[in-house]
Design a binder for this molecule. Structure first.
Ligand SMILES: Cc1cc2nc3c(=O)[nH]c(=O)nc-3n(C[C@H](O)[C@H](O)[C@H](O)COP(=O)(O)OP(=O)(O)OC[C@H]3O[C@@H](n4cnc5c(N)ncnc54)[C@H](O)[C@@H]3O)c2cc1C
Length: 381
């Protein structure tokens, strides 16, 4: 067993960390206050090759493996977890286009995602169908050689700013096999966007997108009709491990700050780090972050090896966000009253991490999928 990253991956981690420290950290709090997506962020991420990391080189990306993409997610998130949504969504959408799309679609769409000319969003959730996504009701009906899409998608990350969307819409009967995937440029004349006012993740413009007879060309269909939902679920096995590393990156930053503060802050004549009551909760948080991190990287490594990784990806999805929120909370408390203010980023990290306890599937849904792996579908809840 080889337990570690390659030299190339270590160098890559160091370069992403330096970039994130210089370009992302200074904006983390102000982007939250402004509650708007900053276009310069997209330029910075694309110029660093981060958005197209997972897109193959022949389609304008970096052709990185899944583990390397995980490293970028983790390091970007240490500085700004919200910036990592751009990589997450580009990776998920890019992956589905690459595996389910045809050669012309790959050549046309993937370079634009990698170079930032398209900012994609991923549209699955609807007002009446979140966890129960297979029963979604947004409909695509044939229109001439193409399609028209009508209905509302909600809770869409980057929804206020995306220029393109991968939309899951019903083209057939009820259930998962009646859902198809369409990728197209958003046309404001057939679209109404409305933003959420969120607890955290305030710079990613989570929004509802109401499609009003939105025209979609025939070439927008990704894969065959009826394949959209199944392709999405396959992509989730991977994106759930990336999300794990996002929240763990921000939790690790919170723990690091708390340890540094505990060594400086003096109470009762000595640094508070000398109190077990201060040190041990941070030890526990650091241990759990470490364990969950290994699980996420195992999922990504298995993907790179062509091995099934749904079990590890779903274990990571229920576990990592929960423990990351708890770790951020503990790290906040270490700062005493200052932790409760905007003077330090601990509170924002916690608010931001909570979003990913829900986004991409809640803990209950990830446990449901995990149970199917462990018990078999017939015996699972
Ligand atoms: C920050 C953030 C970003 C998001 N980004 C996107 C995005 O980009 N694209 C997108 O399509 N969606 C996105 N979502 C939506 C997200 O995927 C859904 O919110 C999620 O799947 C849950 O759906 P729901 O909110 O409708 O909750 P519901 O499905 O109504 O669930 C409500 C509660 O009931 C529980 N529950 C439901 N069914 C079961 C069950 N069978 N067993 C046990 N418990 C159950 C849930 O776990 C939850 O606690 C995002 C959400 C957030 C918060």
């Amino acid at each position: 067993m080889h337990f570690g990253f390659s030299d190339e991956q270590d160098d890559f981690r160091a370069s992403v960390a330096a970039f994130a420290q210089a370009k992302l950290t200074p904006h983390y709090a102000s982007d939250d206050r402004n509650a708007a997506f900053r276009q310069e962020l997209l330029t910075d991420l694309t110029s660093q090759g981060i958005v197209g990391l997972r897109i193959p080189e022949q389609y304008g990306g970096q052709g990185a493996d899944a583990v390397t993409t995980g490293i970028a997610s983790e390091e970007v998130s240490r500085a700004d977890i919200n910036a990592a949504y751009v990589l997450l969504i580009a990776s998920l959408v890019g992956e589905i286009i690459h595996t389910a799309g045809n050669e012309q679609q790959r050549r046309e769409w993937l370079p634009a995602i990698a170079d930032g000319n398209s900012l994609p969003c991923f549209c699955l959730t609807e007002p009446d169908h979140g966890s129960d996504a297979a029963n979604l009701s947004v409909r695509a009906v044939p229109d001439g050689s193409g399609w028209r899409i009508t209905g509302e998608k909600t809770s869409i990350s980057l929804g206020m700013d995306a220029t393109t969307a991968l939309v899951m819409a019903r083209t057939g009967d009820t259930g998962a096999r009646g859902v198809s995937a369409f990728y197209f440029r958003l046309d404001e004349t057939h679209l109404h966007r409305s933003a959420f006012s969120d607890l955290g993740g305030r710079s990613i413009g989570r929004a509802s997108l109401a499609f009003d007879n939105h025209p979609v060309p025939a070439e927008a269909l990704v894969g065959n009709t009826g394949e959209g939902f199944i392709r999405t679920m396959q992509g989730f096995d991977y994106s759930r491990a990336l999300i794990g590393l996002m929240v763990l990156g921000t939790a690790q930053a919170a723990i690091d700050d708390a340890i540094a503060y505990a060594k400086e802050r003096v109470a009762f004549g000595q640094p508070i780090s000398r109190q077990q009551g201060v040190a041990f909760p941070l030890v526990e948080a650091a241990t759990q972050v470490h364990g969950a991190r290994l699980l996420c990287y195992e999922a990504l490594w298995r993907k790179d090896m062509g091995l099934p990784h749904g079990l590890q990806g779903n274990m990571a999805k229920w576990w990592a966000p929960k423990l990351a929120v708890e770790a951020c909370h503990q790290a906040l408390l270490t700062f005493g009253h200052a932790g409760y203010s905007d003077e330090v980023p601990q509170g924002q990290r916690m608010r931001d991490a909570i979003g990913l306890e829900i986004g991409d599937g809640t803990a209950q849904i990830a446990k449901l999928v995990t149970a199917r792996h462990l018990f078999g579908r017939e015996f699972a809840p």
